[in-house]
Design a protein. Sequence first.
Length: 296
Amino acid sequence: MGENRVDGVMGTPVVLLGAGAMGAALGRAWLAAGHPLTVWNRTAARAAALAGAGAEVASTAAGAVAAGRLVVVCLLDDESVEQALAGVELTGKDVVNLVTGTPGQARARAAWAARRGARYLDGGIMAVPPMIGVPAAGGYVFYSGSAELFEEHREVLSVPAGARYVGADAGYAALHDVALLSAMYGMFGGIAHAFALVRGEAVTPGELAPLLVDWLTAMAGSAGRTAGQLESGDYTTGVVSNLAMQVAGKETLLRTAEEQRVSVELLSPYFRLMEHRLALGSGAEDLTGVVDLLRR
């Protein structure tokens, strides 16, 4: 496959396995930046749009991989990676796996790549397809695994979204990805409960939404304090509302939910952990001790 020039700059060829919503967005970004692209997708029709933008479409995964050294995988899941690359020659290839998976799967896939003579980088995409190729959108990708691979291809990998290397342990990109997503879903749970409380009242969702955004943005700053307490082991210094006070105060939240005929199933698990920590005699602490209860 030849190399393209955009504004006099030589583009590094990219092989892309997967042309779903995210894969297609990645492919468009590389093509727009002048990187020759070879794409393969199990359902060939999905690669048509990229072909129209200048990509070469391979009929098989093996054929695509043979077209270049840098191989980016953006398939459905880890099993899809296994199936797509079964029997494909990977010696000398640089495999960048952007499939959402677990840290354990990433580490196993890194060992799998090493056995097959390839360098390996795992990625966790912190963006949705419309954010890809739009620097102002703030999307980025966590990468972990081969530091040499990352440094060599940093510029190419930074084209669709920002690139953040988080360590040689191949599982760390997935670990960071899942940690952030887990926090997000916890926030979504709180937002859902808040909207449920005002449902049916004169308070409209549109009126509550900006208040929620401002409040949650302010409260998000507590993550830094929690991190500092976890690192120091001191959960009591600088505490404003201690655990005992917050456990006592939760009764108002529960009673309000009962009055509004709203389920407390999103709040109760966290409140139970707070009560457990208090029972251990930690009333003067911040809420940080709940983290220790979650560790098994």
